[in-house]
Design a protein around this ligand. Structure first.
Ligand code: IFM
Length: 487
């Protein structure tokens, strides 16, 4: 934790190149791009159910068609090749592989990923698989979802099926993407599927996601070749107290506990932080929730920590006499219009958006949050290689009559954030690569199709992909392995 905007990596303007072997990538997720939700045996996930529920997503948008990547994947791999990507990070849809969340694999579902991986390898692009990016099979939610312990075991069985199918050709494996969102937006504030608003359920979900991660690591280690790299991607909150007051620093500590250390504690240190356990003891009975052996499972060593970063989180204590309003807290945190704060037990923490430029999501643009987070992880977990597995921005892109998308704000955002990565590396952080979010515009969850994060613009009527100026810019960065001069 650092005071707002005070700490940043030392500037090093003399060197703009990234280390040799730095992996340049772009990322997507199954439900956000695939479409084809009812073909080849796929059954509904919690996001199908949620997005089809009136009022849950902007404009009632669903992933039914998305960017039709399930059918257009070859064309999309060609776009990746034009960018010169070294790696492509995508997620596997559990509902496609194992529709009810248990039992044997549906080969037609796995075949899609086999074809995609083959196509990537033919183009010299390294596949990086994410095993879970929020789309739990609905059948598993119906019997308890992530708050139920059994879901961790179901996840491990599913992971074994995917590892068996793709293990010989995929070298980078991520167990979970942003489990904080799955637990706290899905079961806490309810702005994500399955839309439950129960802080105790959110904390139970967090533990079972941790357990599912640990069991998945065990399965992957047993199934994959020795040189496969196993990771988890966390959206760690760069939490900054609004002021240096004891009350604001205490607010930051609490958000750091339930936003970050609820995952990094057990995964990387083998224990839940004492302060988290104390803060949330009124919500869950941790000694009953955490069984003997769970922590050893969760702490199985990983090879890479994925860091997803968009914006810092500035917090303060509620002024004396002001009533807590946890729905407002959720809104102000930039986490949607939820019924209550996603941060379990923290209704009395206020969130502040730093002044200055913001993205179309309303998220303040502050690259120092990325360098500070990378350096914190380097300090606290020395020897653990890091990878930026998501970073990018939505802006109000316009497709011109000439078929161009001029997006200088995205180029600025990317340049500043890549420079923050470079500075963190120069200061000692072992950052192995960068995956830009996202390859193409896609279904932005509760925001529907209104928010565009892509390097490629997608016309959702015709499914035409158009390279934005930022795509050309990123291709040059990749080609040179260095940032061009801003001029
Ligand atoms: O689109 C999401 C992605 O699915 C997970 N990380 C944040 C992105 C932007 O909100």
């Amino acid at each position: 934790m650092t005071a707002a905007r005070t700490q940043s990596a030392p500037a090093d303007t003399a060197v703009s190149a990234f280390p040799a072997g730095f992996l340049w990538g772009a990322a997507t997720a199954a439900y956000q791009i695939e479409g084809a939700v009812d073909v080849d045996g796929r059954t509904p996930s919690i996001w199908d159910t949620f997005s089809r529920t009136p009022g849950r997503t902007a404009g009632g948008d669903t992933g039914d068609r998305a960017t039709d990547h399930y059918r257009r994947y070859s064309q999309d791999v060609r776009l990746m090749s034009e960018l010169g990507l070294g790696a492509y990070r995508f997620s596997v849809s559990w509902s496609r592989v194992q529709p009810t969340g248990r039992g044997p694999a549906v080969e037609r579902g796995l075949d899609f990923y086999r074809r995609l991986v083959d196509e990537l390898l033919e183009h010299g692009i390294e596949p990086a698989v994410t095993l879970y990016h929020w789309d739990l099979p609905q059948d598993l939610e119906d019997i308890g979802g992530w708050p139920a312990r059994d879901t961790a075991g179901r996840f491990a069985d599913y992971v074994a099926l995917v590892a068996e199918a793709l293990g010989d050709r995929v070298g980078i494996w991520t167990t979970l993407n942003e489990p904080w969102c799955s637990a706290f937006l899905g079961y806490g504030s309810g702005v994500h599927a399955p839309g439950r608003t129960d802080w105790a359920a959110a904390l139970r979900a967090a533990h079972h996601l941790n357990l599912g991660h640990g069991r998945a690591v065990e399965v992957l280690r047993a199934a994959l070749p020795r040189d496969a790299r196993i990771a988890v991607s966390l959206n760690l909150h760069e939490v900054r107290p609004l002021t240096g007051s004891a009350a604001d620093r205490e607010a930051a500590r609490r958000i750091d506990a339930v936003g970050n250390r609820v995952f990094t504690g057990p995964m990387l240190n083998g224990s839940y932080p004492e302060d988290l356990l104390a803060d949330t003891a009124h919500l869950v009975d941790w000694p009953t929730l955490v069984h003997d052996g769970d922590l050893a499972t969760i702490a199985r060593p990983i090879d890479l920590l994925g860091v997803n970063y968009y914006s810092p989180t500035v917090v303060s204590a509620l002024p004396d006499g002001q009533a807590p309003d946890s729905a407002a807290a959720a809104r102000d945190a930039g986490h949607g219009d939820g019924a209550q704060s996603p941060f379990a037990g923290c209704a009395d923490v206020l969130f502040h958006r730093a002044p200055g430029p913001r993205t179309a999501m309303g998220w303040p643009i502050d690259p120092t949050g990325l360098s500070d987070m990378l350096l914190r992880l380097h300090r606290e977990h020395p020897g653990l290689p890091l990878m930026v597995t998501e970073n990018g921005a939505a802006f109000e892109d316009v497709l011109t009559d000439e078929g161009r998308v001029h997006d200088p704000q995205r180029i600025d955002y990317l340049r500043e954030h890549l420079d923050a990565v470079r500075q963190a590396i120069a200061a000692g952080a072992d950052v192995r690569g960068y995956f830009l979010w996202s390859l193409m515009d896609n279904f932005e969850w509760a925001y529907g199709y209104g928010k565009r994060f892509g390097l490629y613009h997608v016309d959702y009527d015709t499914q035409t992909r158009t390279a934005k100026d930022s795509a050309r810019w990123y291709a040059e960065v990749i080609r040179h392995g260095a940032l061009p001069d801003p001029a």
